[in-house]
Design a protein around this ligand. Structure first.
Ligand SMILES: C[S@@+](CC[C@H](N)C(=O)[O-])C[C@H]1O[C@@H](n2cnc3c(N)ncnc32)[C@H](O)[C@@H]1O
Length: 202
């Protein structure tokens, strides 16, 4: 069965729900007990899903949609004008995590799902910062941390894809089994994405 992006969003939510006894990222009612940070994207579909799946609203967690594109955030503010369980943060996520932006202090989930290709210096430069953030957040709250890393295989050959997976494993500090890497086509069908969910402390 071919996965869709929507499937992957739902799977991430199910992972948190099915492992609920092993972390403190959800409260006893199954609502978010931490902030869910994600590249917002047009109309922030993950925020809608968190509402639909009743992880929000919550007293202890929000959706924080980050995007470099101001127009994208405008679509989110318009769509969700009456639902106040999200924050919209304009900027590049990488410097925000490097500089410890206070808006991200309560993050327990980070979804970095970018068109960024899994090759070259650019992704190699970003990975250490995202992993540092995941580790810091895990150490700070002691609640566990979920890091979803989802990048594009556009122009990425087998050798480069292997190299990318090795880099991720090195940063994570352990082997990631093949089954924990998922690939699915982009909406246009022209490219593929490569996703893995990395759990810290659970
Ligand atoms: C693939 S979409 C996000 C999809 C969304 N999370 C979803 O589930 O559909 C990528 C979005 O992230 C933004 N983006 C890409 N890299 C970014 C970065 N480093 N910092 C902030 N925003 C970024 C782009 O402007 C784009 O709107």
């Amino acid at each position: 069965m071919t996965l869709s992006k929507h499937d992957t969003r739902l799977q991430t939510i199910r992972l948190l729900q099915h492992t609920a006894g092993q972390h403190a990222l959800l409260d006893r009612a199954g609502r978010l007990a931490c902030d869910w940070v994600e590249l917002a994207g047009d109309r922030a579909p993950t925020y809608q899903l968190l509402l639909d799946e009743r992880l929000l609203p919550s007293e202890h967690g929000r959706f924080i949609g980050v995007d470099v594109d101001r127009r994208v955030l405008e679509t989110c503010r318009v769509k969700y004008a009456t639902r106040a369980y999200a924050s919209w943060l304009e900027g590049d996520l990488v410097p925000l995590v490097v500089h410890g932006a206070p808006e991200l202090a309560n993050a327990g989930v980070l979804v970095f799902d970018s068109w960024q290709a899994a090759r070259g210096a650019e992704i190699a430069d970003i990975l250490p910062h995202l992993f540092d953030f995941a580790r810091r957040q895990h150490a700070r709250a002691g609640a566990g941390f979920l890091f979803v890393l989802n990048v594009c295989l556009r122009g990425v050959g087998d050798k480069e894809a292997r190299r990318y997976r090795e880099q991720v494993e090195t940063h994570f500090g352990c082997t990631i089994p093949s089954a924990a890497w998922e690939s699915y086509p982009t909406a246009s069908g022209k490219n593929k994405m490569l996703l893995t969910r990395l759990r810290f402390g659970f």
